[in-house]
Design a protein around this ligand. Structure first.
Ligand code: MRU
Length: 348
């Protein structure tokens, strides 16, 4: 199931707010519609919103292409700012917009039409790269798991959060193909229930054994000796190895350390942000109170109660066993080793 595809100049986004009840693709031809879709989580997951942003810039450039050069560039830069600002935590969004703006600048002399064509080619390349990246993450990660592994995951870091295969679920898919998975435990992931709605749906479709648990069950399962590893995705990895991911990830890492269970983060290098020194500097999205006071459309809390709704939290590097990337497995000291892996790629 693809979270997005590009066809005849339009971006199609699987509306993940309707899953698992309804499979419906939104057809978007205006970059502002993509910004809205990212904000309301029709498309979600760090790598998927990065690629959606790349296509949004194609739409913005196409709309502005008939203007004189200077107006074209002003409009493209304005769109880039809007798209980049649609969600603050996942660095893939900035990464994708910056990559596209570099490509646009390289084609500046050839005029707006050439810029539009180059942006479209680059967005398609990013989409294809993401799937290849996830297969590599899957292969590296699967090797780390024991046979008959019982794995806990949080939120959805699967096909739906990427352009296919997934990061944390990529590892689980590869391990399942190798006959290593006894059970995947999916946290429901309050408040928007990406685990209950999306992760279980993805895994059931492929016959990968999955059991849904409430978020608060994770510690008890660990205490009972029923979890062999925790694997999650990431929205941003700071230079020192601190990881921002879905709210609740930090609690799982603390629990995993207490129970001596390996805690793995699976993420592409596009999620590594060497310009952000530590997790403290990562901007954490706070969303509307109604996502907490309500479950879907149903109010569960009394009128007038205050609520706080952090979409992400930060797990300190010291609680992470390893970060599984497409370039290999990065072990502690994470800060030092992330820098080495990053340099290695630049030289190639
Ligand atoms: O708010 P969401 O659903 O976009 O949050 C998604 C996550 O936290 C994922 O775990 C993360 O983006 C990694 S996706 C491969």
């Amino acid at each position: 199931m693809k979270p997005l595809y590009w066809e005849e100049g339009a971006l199609y986004l699987l509306d993940q707010t309707l899953l698992p009840h309804k499979v419906h693709y939104l057809r978007l031809t205006d970059y502002r519609e993509v910004v809205t879709a990212i904000k309301r989580l029709s498309v979600r997951g760090a790598p998927a919103i990065g690629v959606a942003a790349a296509y949004a810039l194609v739409l913005a450039a196409r709309e502005a292409a008939s203007n004189p050069q200077q107006v074209f560039w002003d409009k493209l830069e304005e769109a880039a700012r809007d798209i980049e600002g649609s969600r603050p935590t996942a660095v893939n969004l900035q990464w994708a917009v910056r990559r596209q703006m570099k490509v646009a600048a390289c084609h500046r002399e050839k005029g707006p039409e050439a810029v539009v064509a180059a942006l479209e080619r680059e967005a398609q390349a990013m989409q294809e790269e993401d799937v290849r990246t996830n297969w590599a993450i899957g292969a590296y990660g699967a090797a780390l798991l024991p046979f008959r592994a019982r794995v806990l995951t949080h939120c959805n870091a699967g096909s739906l959060a990427t352009c296919g295969y997934g990061t944390a679920l990529g590892v689980i898919r590869a391990a399942h193909a190798a006959g290593k998975i006894a059970m995947v435990y999916a946290d429901e992931t309050r408040p928007l229930l990406q685990g209950a709605r999306l992760t279980t749906w993805e895994l059931l479709q492929e016959g990968i054994p999955v059991t849904l648990i409430t978020d608060s069950t994770a510690g008890y399962l660990m205490a009972r000796g029923e979890i062999d590893a925790v694997i999650v995705g990431a929205d941003r990895i700071a230079a020192n190895g601190d990881v921002a991911n879905k709210i609740g990830t930090y609690s799982l890492a603390v629990l995993a350390r207490h129970h001596r269970i390996p805690f793995y983060v699976a993420a592409p290098f596009s999620t590594v942000d060497l310009e952000t020194a530590t997790g403290e500097a990562i901007p954490i999205e706070e969303r509307g109170e109604e996502e907490v006071t309500h479950c879907g459309a149903v109010r569960i809390a009394p009128e007038g109660v205050k609520a706080r709704n952090f979409a992400f939290d930060v797990t300190p590097a010291e609680l992470i066993t390893a970060i599984i990337t497409e370039r290999g497995v990065v072990y502690p000291p994470l800060g030092e080793n992330l820098r080495l892996f990053a340099q290695h790629q630049r030289k190639e």
